[in-house]
Design a protein. Structure first.
Ligand SMILES: [Zn+2]
Length: 284
């Protein structure tokens, strides 16, 4: 299997979930072995921020990358779409500190990539193959990576909320671009009204609305159309985890099992994996 980029540039604009600011984003084809690379074009000179674990600067509400005084927040949905479609190399130009949230899922990015097409490159793709179990844990949350011939992900959540309790809270999926597109990409981000008020006080969530976030009060879901499917909450957690895992710089060959994991634990997992070189190998 070879590395992939996109056939030509693709542009999209919208507002950032936390900044609330309008942003123009352009995906551009990149040479082999470039990886996924953000470019803050509103800086002079342009600041380049590779989408790697080394650049992670904040994981509290989203995954934020920083370099040389510039940052990009909430990278996980765009990176999830690129990784989910097995794109290895792309430049991501943007003129603000956050990609557009669009509908709160990865589907608009998937459609954008599909609109220009995927290009196979000459260099072989390098996978990180898991050779032994890696586990990270915090309170009752955990993630494990296990050896597996393929890439399988399982996720479970455990919300004691009347709406979420009625949905499917665990899911296991064998990942491929088709499975990602058809089963995960459309799952939207979600939040609780009580937390939203706190976010606003901290000047965060300024772009959040019912257009881009599933919002729950104590008893119900406020979005008129309801859920896109009965597993949308757990699917969004998987979508986020795929975006966060892409910061390893390579696709995984292994099995991911997550329970209540979020951006911080996903980061701990990447660090634990990268620090234990006996646990994995590169394979083509
Ligand atoms: Zn998310």
């Amino acid at each position: 299997m070879n590395q992939q980029t996109i056939k030509k540039s693709a542009h999209i604009s919208g507002i950032g979930l936390h900044t609330g600011k309008t942003v123009d984003l352009t995906l551009r084809p990149a040479p082999e072995n470039t990886g996924l690379v953000f470019r803050r074009t509103d800086f002079d000179p342009i600041v380049i921020i590779p989408a790697t674990t080394q650049q992670v600067s904040d994981t509290r509400l989203n995954t934020c990358l920083s370099h040389a005084g510039a940052s990009v927040a909430t990278v996980e949905h765009l990176l999830s779409a690129l990784s989910g479609l097995w794109i290895d190399n792309v430049f991501i130009d943007l003129n603000s500190a956050e990609p557009p949230v669009l509908d709160g899922s990865a589907l608009p990015f998937v459609k954008l990539i599909q609109s220009v097409g995927v290009l196979e490159q000459a260099a072989q793709k390098q996978f990180i193959q898991i050779k032994k179990k890696i586990r990270v844990q915090e309170d009752d949350k955990f993630i494990e990576l296990l050896p597996y011939q393929g890439f399988k992900m399982a996720m479970s959540i455990d919300f004691q909320h009347p709406v979420i309790m009625q949905t499917q809270q665990s899911l296991s999926i064998e990942l491929s671009p088709t499975a990602y597109t058809e089963q995960l990409s459309y799952a939207r981000t979600f939040g609780f009204l009580a937390e939203y008020e706190q976010l606003k006080q901290h000047h965060l969530g300024l772009g959040a609305s019912l257009e881009n976030t599933l919002v729950l009060d104590d008893m119900t879901i406020l979005n008129e159309g309801g859920l896109r499917d009965n597993a949308e909450f757990v699917k969004h957690k998987l979508l986020d985890a795929i975006g966060d895992l892409s910061l390893l710089g390579h696709h995984l060959m292994g099995e991911f099992i997550g329970h209540k994991s979020g951006h911080t634990l996903n980061h701990q997992l990447r660090l634990a994996l990268l620090n234990d070189t006996s646990a994995w190998d590169f394979v083509s």
